[in-house]
Write a protein that binds this ligand. Structure first.
Ligand SMILES: Nc1ncnc2c1ncn2[C@@H]1O[C@H](COP(=O)(O)OP(=O)(O)OP(=O)(O)O)[C@@H](O)[C@H]1O
Ligand SMILES: [Mg+2]
Length: 261
C-alpha cells in the first residue's frame, strides 16, 4: 500500500521543501520506493533535487490541467534512488485555470491513482498558501499531513487556520485526512526561545509532535544549491543525522499503526 503524505504549512520558509527532499532521500536509502510530488509553483523541491525546471516537457501542470497520467510526468533520479513528479513555474497560473475545472480539488488524487502501488511513499511538497493547489494536496494525502513548524516566535500563529482547513477538507473531500505529525525545524539549542516554542507546540498538539527535532544547520541550507539531499551532500552533519532519525521515527510509527489495524 502506498502511503501518501502532504507536507504542508501556509507559512513560508518553515522547512517544507527541506523535509520533503531529505525525508524522501532517507526513506529511499532505507529501501522504500519514493516519489516526491512537487505542487509548489516555486518548484524548490524540483530544483533542490537537481532537476532543471526550465528543461521539463511535462510537469505537475500537465497532470492537473490536462489530466496527464502521473506515470507520464514522473522522472527517475537514479543517483538518489527515487522519482520526482516535478513542478514548473507555469503552475502559478494553475490556481486560476483550475477554478472552473470539473473535479478541481481531485486532480492530484486522480493523477496519482495511475501510479498506485508503484511507490511505498509519496511526499507532496505544498506551496505556502491554502489555495487550490494545497487543497489538491490535502485531498490526495490519504495518510495525512506532516506539518513542519519553525522554532521561532509566533510559531503557533497560522496553525489554527491550517487545522481549520484540514478539517474542512476532511469533511468535504478526504474523510481519511489526519495530522500524521508536526516536525519542529530550525531549532537553536542556544536559545530559550527554541525550547519554549517546542514546549508550546507540544502542549497545543499533545502526542502529535515528532520527538526528533531538526536543528538549524547551515548544511541543510546549502544542499539544495548543489541539487543534492543532505544524505549525499553532508551525510555526517547534524541536519543529516536529524533527518535520518526522523525517517526512522516515521517508519516505526507507520509500522506500529499497520500492526494495530
Ligand atoms: N534546519 C534548517 N537549518 C538551516 N536552514 C534550513 C533548515 N531547514 C530549511 N532551511 C533553509 O531555510 C529556507 C526555507 O526552507 P524551505 O525551503 O525548506 O522552507 P519551505 O517551507 O519549503 O518554504 P516555502 O514556503 O517558500 O516553500 C531554505 O533556504 C532552506 O534551505
Ligand atoms: Mg518550499
Amino acid at each position: 500500500m502506498t502511503k501518501i503524505y502532504a507536507v504542508v504549512n501556509q507559512k513560508g520558509g518553515v522547512g517544507k521543501t527541506t523535509t520533503v527532499i531529505n525525508l524522501g532521500a532517507y526513506l529511499a536509502s532505507k529501501g522504500r520506493r519514493v516519489l516526491i510530488a512537487d505542487i509548489d509553483p516555486q518548484a524548490n523541491a524540483t530544483s533542490g533535487i537537481g532537476v532543471n525546471k526550465y528543461d521539463l516537457q511535462m510537469s505537475m501542470y500537465n497532470l492537473l490541467l490536462e489530466e496527464t497520467a502521473a506515470a507520464d510526468v514522473t522522472h527517475p533520479l537514479p543517483e538518489f534512488n527515487l522519482d520526482i513528479l516535478p513542478s514548473h513555474p507555469s503552475l502559478a497560473g494553475a490556481e486560476v485555470e483550475l477554478v472552473n475545472a470539473i473535479g478541481r480539488e481531485y486532480r492530484l488524487r486522480k493523477g496519482l491513482e495511475t501510479v498506485n502501488g508503484r511507490y511505498d511513499y509519496i511526499l507532496i511538497d505544498c506551496p505556502p498558501s491554502l489555495g487550490l493547489l494545497t487543497v489538491n494536496a490535502l485531498t490526495a494525502a490519504k495518510d495525512g499531513v506532516l506539518i513542519p513548524v519553525q522554532c521561532e516566535y509566533l510559531a503557533l500563529e497560522g496553525l489554527t487556520q491550517l487545522v481549520q482547513t484540514i478539517e474542512l477538507v476532511r469533511k468535504y473531500l478526504n474523510p481519511a485526512l489526519a495530522i500524521r505529525g508536526l516536525i519542529m525545524t530550525m531549532y537553536d539549542g542556544r536559545t530559550n526561545l527554541s525550547r519554549q516554542v517546542v514546549e508550546e507546540v507540544r502542549s497545543y498538539f499533545p502526542g502529535k509532535v515528532f520527538r526528533t527535532i531538526v536543528p538549524r544547520n547551515i548544511r541543510l541550507g546549502e544542499a539544495p544549491s548543489y541539487g543534492q539531499p543532505i544524505s549525499v551532500y553532508a551525510p555526517k552533519s547534524p541536519g543529516a543525522i536529524a533527518y535520518q532519525i526522523l525517517t526512522a521515527e516515521l517508519l516505526k510509527g507507520d509500522a506500529q499503526a499497520k500492526s494495530g489495524d
